[in-house]
Design a protein around this ligand. Structure first.
Ligand code: 5RP
Length: 219
């Protein structure tokens, strides 16, 4: 199977988690795109009253298939949030934000009782950091934050021609050794000017589904 087929396979496996849940949280990315496509044709789509969306892209896709998009301020906490990841560990810690939606994703994840992470098998790692860590920054703080990230051993690179849904910028940080993701998530979030960083370690996933081709495993 191609990577894209594995993404669709794991998205299919996530559908049962959305059944009997009137309000769902929806992540961002190509794996989630498959999930929304599959939702469009599933028999319980009309039982879904609405979704809280993590990005403009996801909002537009949900609206195209007829699922109302709700504000988190109105819904309160959610039963379930489903999203992809760029890397995930056996301890269900994740590195996210390749699609640039990390801040809204982290907010919705924090407000959800269950986070179901859906990935193809290429995303499974023992130690995170091979994928550059996205850090969303206020534009005026970009250079200061970049210098602080260098002090932490990383090599930040401004994501070119990219502005987030929150009108901020992203520094993609290469060569970080992420041996203690909980501590690094805290340290980077404490740098003034950082909106958030792509480590989802303080609030990791509750369930990880991995599309492997022959099967989907969960842990
Ligand atoms: C977006 C994300 C995505 O979940 C992550 O980049 C994985 O994307 P894909 O499903 O396209 O591989 O964090 O901000």
């Amino acid at each position: 199977m191609t990577q894209d087929e594995l993404k669709r396979q794991v998205a299919q496996a996530a559908l049962p988690y959305l059944k009997n849940t009137p309000i769902i949280g929806m992540g961002t990315g190509s794996t989630v795109t498959h999930l929304i496509d599959l939702l469009a044709d599933c028999d319980f789509k009309h039982d879904i009253e609405g979704a809280v969306s993590s990005s403009i892209k996801t909002t537009e896709h949900l609206q195209r298939i007829g699922i109302p998009v709700l504000e988190l301020n109105q819904t309160g906490d959610l039963e379930i949030y489903v999203d992809g990841a760029d890397e995930v560990t056996p301890h269900k810690k994740m590195l996210k934000g390749g699609g640039g939606a990390l801040t809204r994703e982290k907010i919705i994840a924090g407000a959800s009782k269950k986070f179901v992470c859906i990935v193809d098998s290429s995303k499974c790692v023992d130690v995170m950091g091979k994928f550059p860590l996205p850090v969303e920054v206020l534009p005026l703080a970009r250079s200061f934050v970049a210098r602080e990230l260098v002090k932490l051993g990383g090599q930040p690179e401004l994501r070119q021609n990219y502005i987030t849904d929150n009108h901020c910028e992203i520094l993609d940080v290469h060569n970080l050794s992420i041996l203690d993701p909980v501590e690094l998530e805290r340290i980077i979030n404490n740098i003034p000017g950082v909106v958030t960083n792509g480590l989802f370690a303080l609030r990791g996933a509750d369930v990880v589904l991995v599309g492997k081709g022959s099967e989907v495993i969960s842990y």
